[in-house]
Design a protein around this ligand. Structure first.
Ligand code: SF4
Ligand code: SF4
Length: 141
């Protein structure tokens, strides 16, 4: 792992991130939101979207995917999209889990905020650094 904040997140904390995601997915299932995985919304710039990640989301993604940095995205797209599909679906960050083109944003925004607060508490519990910043598209793109 490189010398970066996400390298300081211990395995127990990453397991906590997995638990937060599992709880969120159960709630999304209960609400009945469905995604047909067409990949349209991963054209972030094309939709005016910005993908923000907290330190814990990034640490979880890098750890579970066995990589040490975020790949560069092509032309405003997320770097994890290939052939129109998400290549990290199981480990994707919160913003991707709580966007559904068939749902009102107001419905899912509280779920996002709630899960983010849980991650923040986890970071505090384990004494991890906390950062929340735009990852895709890169700033200024
Ligand atoms: S949320 Fe909608 S646009 Fe995005 S991948 Fe799923 S079906 Fe496609
Ligand atoms: S992580 Fe996956 S779902 Fe999220 S924007 Fe990137 S390709 Fe799309």
């Amino acid at each position: 792992m490189p010398d970066s904040p996400e390298a300081d997140v211990p395995p127990e904390c990453l397991d906590g991130v997995a638990a937060v995601y599992a709880e969120l997915e159960a709630e999304l299932d209960r609400l009945g939101h469905a995604c047909r995985a067409c990949g349209d919304c991963c054209d972030l710039a094309g939709h005016g979207f910005r993908l923000y990640l907290s330190t814990l989301e990034l640490a979880f993604l890098l750890d579970r995917e066995g990589i040490d940095h975020l790949p560069q995205g092509a032309a405003g797209r997320c770097g994890f999209q290939a052939d129109g599909q998400c290549t990290v679906h199981r480990h994707r960050p919160l913003g991707c889990r709580t966007y559904f083109c068939d749902a009102e944003h107001e419905t899912l925004s509280p779920l996002y905020e709630s899960a983010l607060r849980k991650l923040r508490r986890l970071a505090e519990q384990y004494g991890c650094p906390w950062n929340y910043s735009q990852k895709y598209p890169p700033e200024g793109e």
